[in-house]
Ligand binder design. Structure first.
Ligand SMILES: [Ca+2]
Length: 167
């Protein structure tokens, strides 16, 4: 009688291990769950119109977007691969950054105080896929995504279907 319980526990353990290596809410289907929004004026919203797949996506309206993803664990020698889809009415409205964090939980920034990977969404009426690979610095213990819109940007951007793979 114990066998089914043991199998269920094993299955649960396997799925937990898998999710530690993936974003929990990559397509904004659960609103901003596991995304942190820190904006003086509301710029970001989760809307149906901003969906590329599923029933919702991230919509940015004008400058000042400031969003952070959850952080995934990364080990020395591992590589992070970031993918997402976006469309925008102007260049620079959607800016997606890959940010490694050190053991002190602080972001590891370059000499200009910028994250090492910055992807700028280009003007396009159609959805465009973006992909970037990043070999993690030795001192990094976790990695996450920041989403911004440049301070002078005007217009609208939609982003959806994020993926952050650590391998
Ligand atoms: Ca979605």
């Amino acid at each position: 009688m114990n066998t089914p319980i043991t199998l269920a526990a094993a299955a649960l353990l396997a799925s937990t291990t898998l999710h530690a290596n993936q974003l929990t809410n990559p397509g904004f289907e659960s609103e901003f769950h596991e995304w942190k929004v820190q904006e003086k004026q509301p710029v970001s919203s989760v809307t149906q119109e901003a969906a590329r797949s599923g029933s919702s996506g991230l919509h940015l309206s004008g400058p000042g977007a400031r969003i952070e993803s959850e952080r995934l664990e990364i080990l020395p020698g591992q590589k992070a691969t970031l993918e997402f889809w976006a469309r925008a009415t102007a260049n620079g409205l959607g800016v997606v950054m890959l940010v490694p964090y050190g053991g002190n939980k602080r972001p590891i920034l370059n000499e200009k105080a910028n994250p090492p990977v910055i992807v700028v969404v280009k003007k396009s009426a159609e959805w465009v896929p973006y992909k970037v690979e990043f070999p993690s610095p030795e001192e990094a213990t976790s990695i996450g995504i920041w989403i911004r819109s440049w301070s002078r940007s005007k217009g609208e951007a939609d982003l959806d279907d994020f993926s952050l793979k650590i391998e």
